[in-house]
Ligand binder design. Structure first.
Ligand SMILES: Nc1nc2c(ncn2[C@@H]2O[C@H](COP(=O)(O)OP(=O)(O)O)[C@@H](O)[C@H]2O)c(=O)[nH]1
Ligand SMILES: [Mg+2]
Length: 329
């Protein structure tokens, strides 16, 4: 069960119990006064989603409850997988909202909170004190790795951090020139690493920097030989890894990309090109089903403006209300 109920004489006592059992990160879905005290419904942080590609047809074919139907329709249009929507519906049955008929005004907000509790976020990328100092951007070709790196580097510089940029992408000369022009503009050091040893040396050289961003060559997820090499290089540099995934990628293709890049150890996912799709839910669902965390959402080509840190509530609201998460985040 995704949600757990806590009852106590006072609200404070109920919240203490929530914290003790679900941890500081627990998301309170609902608070209610009862005849004997207070009831708090909270989402368990360890709640696991079923994977759509492994779930078979269980629960997929049956109808939605009448109350949930309009929300499920919106979220389906948004691309959210049925398995995720079914998990949210099941959790809502444990709350006081009335699912037997449409129109309960509390439902959209509550459904969003439940969905948000299933979406993890990775915030260390922009945290002031961080273990996340060296950050590599990986992903398929053309998804916006270099653009996202430029946005993140500019934001870090804006916060007053000392930034350096290293690229492993020497596959295309134009890619190096693209980054060089940007680093000149930002006035931050820029280096090229050809090997794992190079990368280690350069990271050592920039050890006075607060944040080092590492750009990588785009890899087709089906290029099996390339991945171990990239993995070895990034491991040598002890890099945190952000996967760039285009928000409009279809669920099946997301699975292929995630399968290919998961061995690198993905710390966070940047959903890029959110502005180019009306159905980012397939990508959102695929990432959430694996328990991976969302790091940022990229909403356009402009550097550094078109990026927002991922906000689980904003994504969930977008799914149910069809508001763009980039706008409401
Ligand atoms: N619309 C849109 N375009 C983007 C976004 N991020 C990157 N792009 C564009 O996608 C293209 C490829 O970007 P690039 O950073 O070179 O991709 P890379 O090959 O993964 O490094 C460029 O034209 C970028 O301007 C985004 O969030 N929205
Ligand atoms: Mg690039």
């Amino acid at each position: 069960m995704l949600l757990k109920r806590f009852e106590a004489k006072t609200l404070a006592d109920a919240l203490v119990r929530v914290r003790a059992e679900c941890g500081e990160e627990a998301l309170v879905v609902e608070t209610r006064q009862t005849r004997t005290g207070y009831l708090v419904v909270a989402a368990r942080p360890e709640a696991q989603l079923p994977r759509a590609d492994q779930a078979g047809s269980a629960g997929v074919l049956s109808k939605w409850t009448r109350g949930y139907q309009p929300l499920a329709d919106k979220a389906t249009d948004f691309g959210m997988p049925t398995t995720v929507l079914r998990a949210v519906e099941k959790a809502l049955l444990g709350t006081r909202v009335d699912l037997s008929r449409p129109g309960d005004p509390a439902l959209p907000a509550l459904a969003s909170r439940v969905l948000a509790s299933l979406l993890r976020t990775e915030q260390r990328v922009e945290a002031p004190e961080t273990t996340f100092r060296t950050i590599a951007l990986v992903g398929p070709t053309g998804v916006g790795k270099t653009t996202t790196l430029a946005k993140l580097a500019a934001r870090a510089k804006d916060r007053g951090e000392r930034v350096a940029i290293v690229t492993l992408d020497t596959y295309r000369m134009a890619a190096v020139e693209q980054l060089r022009a940007f680093t000149d503009l930002l006035a931050v050091p820029f280096d090229i690493a050809l090997t794992a040893t190079d990368l280690r040396r350069l990271l050592q050289h920039h050890s006075n920097c607060d944040r080092i961003f590492v750009d990588t060559t785009g890899r087709s997820p089906r290029d099996r030989d390339a991945m171990p090499l990239l993995e070895g290089t990034l491991r040598a540099g002890k890099c945190g890894t952000l996967l760039c995934l285009a928000a409009g990628t279809r669920a099946r293709d997301c699975q292929v990309v995630l399968d290919a890049f998961e061995p690198l150890g993905i710390d966070g996912v940047c959903l890029t090109k959110w502005d180019e799709t009306v159905a980012p839910g397939e990508a959102v669902g695929a990432v959430a089903e694996r328990g991976l965390a969302f790091s940022h959402i990229c909403v356009g080509q402009e550097v550094p403006a078109d990026i927002v840190p991922a906000d689980a509530m904003a994504i969930a609201r977008a799914a149910f209300d069809c508001e763009p998460a980039g706008a409401s985040a």
